[in-house]
Write a protein that binds this ligand. Structure first.
Ligand SMILES: [Fe+2]
Ligand SMILES: [Fe+2]
Length: 194
């Protein structure tokens, strides 16, 4: 398996984020539902764009299947807590990352894969922080399992990136990982996953 050599995410989430998230867990879960939905949709968007890449189609379709299962799990969590889901508040974080995606192929495919890997890495980091801090054991266990899944997804996207651009993916990952860290540092700290 390929490894990125860099720690991903490159920089740690600001310390204030966890206390803000724990103070309004319902808002975090409501946002999280849409993060999982968007992860599934992003994976399937690669099937739409690159149907001729059979290996990629299989990998991202399986990944989308798992993300859809996560939507079910987070929806059930909201139900157990008696909390209604809300509309998506939008995602400045992902939008800022997408601004770094180059337009022409094959650069565009490489950048999409690396940006998705970085989103998975940041999500995994934050879900693990929640898993370690949420007092309710069942919810903490759920977050631990979701964090582990997002680490696997990060690696799926990195392996696909290596296949697409074996000689350039690491350098491009370094550039995008630095950009991701700058985006995180600039965004307000809120009770959301990102
Ligand atoms: Fe997920
Ligand atoms: Fe994921």
């Amino acid at each position: 398996m390929s490894t990125a050599e860099l720690p991903l995410p490159l920089t740690a989430t600001p310390a204030a984020w966890l206390s803000v998230a724990l103070a309004d867990l319902d808002a975090v879960h409501q946002d999280h539902l849409h993060c999982e939905r968007k992860a599934a949709q992003s994976a399937l968007s690669l099937v739409r764009s690159y149907p001729d890449r059979a290996e990629l189609v299989l990998a991202v379709a399986r990944l989308a299947h798992e993300e859809t299962a996560h939507v079910v799990q987070v929806s059930q969590l909201l139900g157990r807590r008696g909390v209604d889901a809300t509309l998506d508040h939008g995602d400045e974080y992902a939008a800022a990352l997408r601004d770094h995606c180059r337009r022409s192929e094959p650069d565009r495919l490489l950048d999409r894969l690396l940006i998705f890997a970085l989103i998975e890495a940041r999500s995994a980091e934050r879900l693990a922080l929640l898993a370690a801090a949420i007092p309710d054991a069942a919810t903490a266990h759920l977050y631990g399992s979701l964090a582990a899944a997002e680490v696997r997804h990060r690696d799926v996207f990195l392996e696909l990136a290596e296949q697409v651009a074996p000689s350039t993916w690491r350098d491009r990952l370094s550039v995008l990982a630095r950009a991701e860290s700058e985006i995180v540092a600039k965004l307000p700290v809120r009770a959301r996953i990102h």
